[in-house]
Design a binder for this molecule. Structure first.
Ligand SMILES: [Mn+2]
Length: 458
């Protein structure tokens, strides 16, 4: 069946001329690798291609080839666009005036001349004859781009290529393989078939590098549970196409900015462990980002670090207070019998069996932490048959982790901000603003708070 869908995807791509590629937000190695590799391949097939994403490209991924092809121009289906082709003409000034219900656009050339032939008209959005979404489980993950242009998604056929369990099959064609390690892993056979059908050399070193970057980042460099034999096989194939594996590893795993090391130190020092329920978690506040001069996208690998440093844990949680005040949560589980996507779904999110995420709004970081941890305890109690003892969160200082955090600091010698571990006393002192809610595990769809909005992040 998948092979059939793949054939249909290829046919639809071949028939289309103006293609819009949309990666999910926030951008990661897989969504970025998928979008740009698809773009480059379709360009070689003489298609008119556009990638639109208004999201910032994380610094760590800026080494990827051709990231500049991503346009952050917002389209709106109601837009009427006047295009002036000014090749061979130097423009001195552009002026627009609103005069009696008419808009005059005055273009003053410095050199050369402009005439009617230089001007063309188009309307926003509907100009495309195909939309391809990559690594996107839900249209809402396209954020503004979807919300401001909902009609386009009805007018233009959508190919949805993705590997998330929570994919809502919103496309006309849904090529969704939940067994795939990454979306780029799924793109490789598509590009290979297009190459053989069109008899051209499609997969060059840049495309191979982008595809491999998706597999490497989504498998945590072949460490996560989604590392299947197919993931290895396709990665090997990509290296034979000339993928620059060392460049990816060097940039993503071997280069850490000082601010990131400081942030890691902070997060690791705040790690909390509930041995009884086998939960390990940490939370990053806006203050942590500020104190360490780091950015939200630098928390990327911390959850994996928490995982490797938490033997015996089954559920690993990282909460992050974002600039806009919402809390984003990433969940990892160390065994397939603990379904991370179930946990995320309870909070209106989604994801994979062992990696999922959700978002909470209208709640402080501390309240969100309480809500989520209480839920996880209940979740684990049901699973493990632990006798329900609703005790306060126990905070254990993990010496090894503290040392690790200190090492990171020492190595750089210039960390001035001191690490402030959150103690149980501090938590007790804090006013308990909200009455903790109990959750209905039989009905995980029931949202614990009306203010929780869906967004998958992993
Ligand atoms: Mn992915």
């Amino acid at each position: 069946m998948t092979i059939n869908t793949q054939k249909q995807v290829i046919e639809l791509i071949k028939r289309s001329k103006k293609i819009l590629i949309l990666p999910s937000a926030p951008l990661d190695g897989d969504s970025l690798g998928s979008a740009i590799s698809m773009y480059l391949a379709l360009k070689k097939l003489q298609k008119e291609v556009t990638i639109i994403c208004s999201e910032h490209i994380p610094e760590v991924l800026q080494f990827l080839p051709n990231t500049k092809v991503i346009s952050n121009r917002m389209i709106s289906s109601g837009d009427f666009i006047i295009t002036i082709d000014y090749k061979n003409v130097k423009i001195e000034n552009i002026k627009t005036e609103d005069e009696d219900g008419k808009i005059n656009i005055t273009v003053t050339p410095k050199e050369g001349r402009l005439s009617e032939e230089n001007v063309s008209f188009s309307s926003g959005g509907i100009d495309y004859d195909l939309i391809i979404t990559v690594d996107t489980a839900e249209l809402t993950q396209l954020r503004d781009l979807y919300e401001k242009n909902i009609e386009i998604f009805h007018q233009v056929p959508v190919i949805n290529i993705d590997h998330h369990v929570s994919n809502s099959h919103f496309g006309k064609l849904n090529f969704v393989d939940i067994m795939a390690s990454s979306t780029t892993e799924m793109l490789l056979p598509i590009l290979e078939e297009l190459a053989s059908d069109e008899n051209i050399n499609l997969i060059d070193e840049d495309i191979a590098t982008l595809l491999l970057a998706g597999i490497i980042t989504d498998t945590g460099s072949f460490q996560n549970a989604n590392t299947t034999p197919k993931a290895f096989a396709r990665a090997a194939q990509l290296i034979s196409y000339g993928a620059r594996q060392q460049e990816i590893i060097q940039h993503i795993y071997k280069t850490k900015q000082l601010s990131q090391l400081k942030l890691w130190g902070r997060v690791l020092s705040k790690i909390q462990i509930d041995e009884k329920h086998r939960i390990v978690w940490s939370a990053v506040s806006r203050q942590d980002f500020k104190d360490t001069e780091s950015f939200e996208d630098q928390t990327g690998d911390i959850i994996d670090e928490l995982m490797t440093n938490a033997p015996g844990a089954e559920v690993i949680l990282l909460l992050k207070e974002k600039q806009d005040g919402t809390i984003s949560a990433s969940v990892r589980t160390t065994s397939p019998s603990v379904d991370a996507s179930k946990i995320a779904e309870a909070f209106g999110g989604g994801g994979h069996n062992q990696a999922a995420g959700f978002r909470i709004s209208d709640m402080s970081l501390m309240d969100a932490e309480h809500e989520v941890i209480n839920f996880l305890k209940k979740f684990q109690e049901e699973r493990l048959g632990v006798i329900a003892e609703r005790e306060e969160v126990e905070i254990i200082d993990v010496e090894g982790l503290m040392n690790k955090a200190k090492e990171a600091e020492k190595a750089q010698e210039i960390i001035k901000t001191s690490v402030i571990p959150q103690t149980i006393e501090e938590q007790k002192k804090a006013p308990d603003k909200k009455i903790k809610k109990e959750f209905n595990l039989k009905n995980p769809k029931e949202k614990p708070s009306s203010g929780m909005a869906y967004r998958f992040e992993d």
